[in-house]
Ligand binder design. Structure first.
Ligand SMILES: *[C@@H]1O[C@H](CO)[C@@H](O)[C@H](O)[C@H]1NC(C)=O
Ligand SMILES: *[C@@H]1O[C@H](CO)[C@@H](O)[C@H](O)[C@H]1NC(C)=O
Length: 663
């Protein structure tokens, strides 16, 4: 079809003026949609992709809007474009966009992450910065993101089978997609927008065992839904590791792409064999990797190898999406987790998603950025036709020194401030099952279970099954568990690996108050989440004292949402750290315009940090990550509230750094 696309023409004119340091060089849109005239979208037939009838080598970078502060979206997109990229790829995070079933948030709600969720603005901004868009709406996205982007309220259905044709999942997914697509359908390239390609599901080949059949009815259902919503004007694709899963995650007629870090020659040769008459694309060329808590090492990928493998991909005439071009941050409780076949079986992800990518977590240029820029330039089929803008200046970082902790709130006051006490009469239940948040349950954070029970001097607490994922116990306000000192101890009482574990309690022969605080460390996002337990809290088996099951409990959710943190009033003057989990408060005074900084948490124990109410993420002195990235837009000139929920061992000051410590 031919679409005049009036708004696009205005943008193109603007683009022409900006590119090439003021000279009127051609933009990608000038080249592929001259005068805004578009007759065909992206086509993947033959040896090369064609966009509007012209050959295109897609050089894309992954940059997730939900991991980058919105004030930095444009700066980020400019950096991608200046490296010679012609596209940006993003997933869509269902769990952020539908926080409660049927309630959709694209930036208009007042949720903690709402400011990050204006997807339409992000897509339009990409076009303004002369980039095409590759959209990966899932509904499952993996991405080291809690539950692979699936909302936790799905788990309230006792027979839920995620990522299958199961009616309960299918209907929920359709509701999400039917709300999402009308927002972006007119942003397709064929209609004057930037979207050229859309992925169906994500690495579906990994969702199963060996070569048993995957649920192809589910993939077809998704394809039909995308089409019925008008998205068929973009190129559909699926992506998997070609050497491991071949075409197991594919659906008939839909273009397959490869995901890998190394051995591009093997991956791409096999993909060509499986799909001989179609162009090659790497949907995820892994520029680095991510980290797990307790792993002991920060995983990187050497810049020289990154460059060599990128060259190999481009010498195959393959298009590429660098995953990640900028990783950003798993703010709040949104980091996911992996399962492993070996001890410790469950591995939660850290809050930083730096990924050792060409742009750092904080958006800084790295060696890989300039290697990517030079490599792309040497393979650029449009050299001399479309030129690149200059990379924007580096954003400054500031070490704000250290500020003293001045306020403290003890555990009892926190429970009182939450003010929610759900009566459970048949033993503890998982957090998702609590009838809170308009019957959507608790998604993230900690859940506190309490009961009153007679305790002897040699009483034994036994939790049948596992705790999901970590438990701390208090008796009459005194700690009965100790912090983790060694990763091997995750097999002990209170940690996810331990099963049917016992803890000795020191009672005084009378009724005591028993408190079990259980932390959700992140839901598994990759592989076989249907096989792995995703419900969080205590629920696998009964909880017993001296062999007798305790049925009556009161549950309090510690969700630590922004409104709660900002509403805390009951602060006491800080004198010294408390022995039980507590909140600590410090004030950072800033003169003038705030700058990016990092919280250096090396001297603290384990917990979560909030700045002006915003949850920056988890810290844990066991690392490997020791800092929390604090983007300047979360700060303001004047007094800034720094609040820390410390579970073990607080200290008296908060330290700011101008560099990240990833190990
Ligand atoms: C890549 O494309 C060029 C130009 O069309 C061609 O000469 C070359 O053989 C191709 N390389 C591969 C590995 O297909
Ligand atoms: C912070 O605490 C230390 C130790 O108590 C004290 O010497 C220092 O004056 C305090 N700094 C401020 C700014 O209050």
């Amino acid at each position: 079809m031919v679409v005049p696309a009036a708004p696009l023409r205005g943008l193109l004119l603007l683009g022409s003026l900006l590119i090439g340091g003021g000279s009127t060089a051609m933009t990608f849109y000038d080249y592929y949609a001259p005068g805004g005239q578009v007759s065909t979208g992206l086509v993947g037939e033959g040896d090369t992709f064609k966009l509007n009838g012209k050959e295109i080598l897609i050089v894309s970078g992954a940059a997730h809007y939900f991991r980058i502060h919105p004030d930095y979206w444009r700066d980020t997109l400019k950096k991608l474009r200046a490296a010679g990229l012609n596209a940006v790829e993003t997933y869509v995070a269902w769990n952020l966009h539908e926080p409660r079933q049927g309630v959709f948030d694209y930036g208009q709600l007042d949720e903690d992450m709402s400011p990050f969720l204006d997807l339409v603005s992000y897509i339009r901004m990409a076009q303004e910065e002369d980039l095409f868009v590759i959209l990966r709406p899932g509904p499952y996205i993996c991405s080291e993101w809690d539950f692979g982007g699936l909302p936790s309220w799905l788990l309230r259905d006792p027979t839920m089978h995620v990522r299958t044709y199961y009616e309960g999942f299918r209907n929920a997914a359709a509701k999400f997609l039917n709300d999402l697509f009308p927002r972006v359908v007119d942003l397709q390239f064929t209609r004057g927008g930037p979207i050229i390609a859309v992925q169906i599901e994500n690495e579906y080949g990994s969702f199963g065992y060996q070569d048993n059949p995957r649920d192809k009815m589910y993939l077809r259902f998704l394809e039909e839904n995308f089409k019925a919503n008008g998205m068929g004007e973009s190129l559909f694709f699926t992506s998997d590791s070609t050497t491991i899963h071949q075409d197991l995650g594919a659906t008939k007629g839909v273009l397959q792409m490869s995901n890998f870090k190394t051995d591009g020659d093997k991956e791409l040769s096999l993909l060509k064999k499986i799909q001989p008459n179609r162009p090659l694309m790497v949907a995820e060329y892994w520029t680095g990797w991510f980290d797990h808590w307790l792993s002991g090492v920060h995983t990187g990928f050497p810049a020289s190898k990154f460059e060599a493998n990128l060259k190999q991909i481009l010498s195959f005439n393959a298009s590429v999406n660098m995953y990640m071009f900028i990783g950003g941050t798993n703010f709040g409780f949104m980091a996911g987790a992996n399962t492993m076949d070996v001890f410790p079986h469950y591995a939660p992800d850290v809050s930083s998603y730096d990924y050792d990518a060409p742009l750092s977590e904080a958006g800084d240029y790295t060696e890989k950025y300039f290697l990517a820029k030079d490599t792309i330039a040497s393979f650029n089929p449009l050299a001399g036709v479309v030129s690149n803008p200059e990379p924007p200046p580096q954003r400054t970082k500031k070490a704000y020194g250290q500020v003293n902790v001045t306020g403290v709130m003890d555990f009892e006051s926190i429970i009182k401030a939450v003010g929610v006490s759900v009566l459970l009469t048949d033993g503890p239940v998982n957090m998702e099952a609590l009838d809170i948040n308009d019957n959507n349950g608790q998604s993230y954070g900690y859940i506190v279970y309490r009961t009153s029970v007679p305790l002897q001097s040699d009483s034994v607490l036994k939790i049948r099954g596992h705790v999901r994922d970590a438990a701390q116990v208090m008796v009459d306000g005194t700690m009965a568990t100790k912090p983790l000192t060694n990763v091997l101890h995750v097999n002990n009482f209170g940690w996810w690996e331990g099963r049917d574990k016992e803890l000795k309690l020191q009672g005084e022969g009378k009724v005591a108050e028993l408190t079990i605080m259980v932390e959700n460390l992140g839901r598994v996002n990759f592989g076989h989440p249907h096989k792995y337990v995703q419900k969080k809290g205590l629920w696998e088996g009964p909880v017993l004292i001296d062999g007798e099951e305790i049925l009556e409990w009161r549950a309090t959710p510690l969700e630590f949402k922004k409104k709660f943190i900002n509403g805390l009033r009951d602060w006491k003057n800080f004198e010294s750290p408390l022995p039980t989990p507590a909140l600590y408060r410090a004030v950072l005074e800033i003169e003038g315009k705030p700058q990016d900084t990092f919280l250096d948490m090396r001297t603290w124990g384990k917990g979560v940090a909030f700045v002006n109410g915003f949850n920056l993420g988890r810290y844990w002195h066991k690392g490997p990550t020791k800092t929390l990235y604090l983007p300047a837009p979360l700060l303001k000139s004047g007094a800034n509230d720094i609040i820390i929920f410390e579970q073990n061992a607080a200290v008296s000051e908060v330290v700011f750094s101008d560099v990240p410590i990833l190990q």
